[in-house]
Design a protein around this ligand. Structure first.
Ligand SMILES: Nc1ncnc2c1ncn2[C@@H]1O[C@H](COP(=O)(O)OP(=O)(O)O)[C@@H](O)[C@H]1O
Ligand SMILES: [Mg+2]
Length: 240
């Protein structure tokens, strides 16, 4: 762990840099972004559109990599960039869960199959055959908790936006991650439906889940214990 990161940080980014390249044009997005997230915390990341909120969340979740000269991103004291391919997959699939604004469900699978999907990754066929009954049961139980017990065999196209996001949340939780990273999880929903999704996330947080949520909506951001703002490629404490 970096000496400057507090011991309590479950997830931390230190002086992180991320530059995109569009042809010959460099697009620097994060130039000195640092954040520490303690186990059990609920942190909101706010900032204007294009400020780099999704970029930071993707880096924290190991879905993308920072620049070569970036400072480190660490989970439970281990630097992500030192992970080999196997550990990296495990990190993305088991240590963290990801929820996106547009759900990203697979249309041809049922609700139950969508929620089970991450639990199948990395299991060989033999172990999958052994475990599938148990995994189905766990996915069904989780979907019930998410208010979808009556929709298990439906396809995403038959569901409302709020229901689709509930499936995405169940999918993100199926492997019991330590951290849930949510990118504008209510951004595509009306206020009432979005409120229900926030209540579901709040109850997961109350059960001990660490929650990092990107939003540009101040009233949603306020539900977190702490808000940080991204501006000019850096992370600062957000002021009310
Ligand atoms: N894959 C990419 N290639 C090039 N530029 C990108 C890419 N992804 C994001 N950007 C640019 O990086 C900036 C930050 O994007 P993003 O992190 O999505 O912002 P936010 O989520 O805060 O709206 C934007 O200017 C965006 O256009
Ligand atoms: Mg975004």
């Amino acid at each position: 762990m970096q000496p400057s990161a507090p011991h309590s940080a479950l997830l931390s980014a230190r002086n992180v840099r991320k530059t995109y390249h569009l042809g010959k044009v460099r697009v620097p997005v994060l130039r000195d972004a640092s954040i520490d997230i303690a186990a059990g915390e609920w942190v909101s990341i706010v900032g204007s559109s294009g400020s780099g909120k999704s970029t930071l969340l993707h880096l924290l979740g190991g879905l993308d990599r920072p620049d070569a000269d970036s400072g480190p991103i660490s989970f439970a004291g281990d630097e992500l960039r030192a992970f080999g391919p196997r550990r990296e997959n495990e990190y993305r699939n088991r240590d963290v869960g990801f929820v996106f604004q547009f759900y990203h469900l697979l249309p041809e699978l049922t609700v139950l199959e969508n929620a089970m999907l991450p639990s199948l990754v990395g299991l060989g066929r033999f172990r999958w055959l052994l475990a599938r009954g148990e995994l189905r049961e766990r996915a069904a139980e989780l979907l019930k908790t998410c208010g979808l017990g009556h929709r298990l065999l439906h396809r995403p196209a038959e569901l409302s936006g709020g229901e689709r996001q509930r499936v995405a949340i169940a999918r993100a939780l199926i492997n019991k991650p330590r951290v849930l990273l949510a990118d504008e999880p209510t951004g595509n929903l009306d206020e009432k439906t979005g409120g229900g999704i926030l209540d579901l996330l709040a109850s997961c947080h109350a059960d001990g889940l660490t929650l990092v949520m990107v939003t540009h909506d101040a009233s949603i951001a306020r539900r977190a214990q702490r808000q940080v703002r991204i501006a000019d490629g850096c992370v600062a404490l957000a002021r009310e």
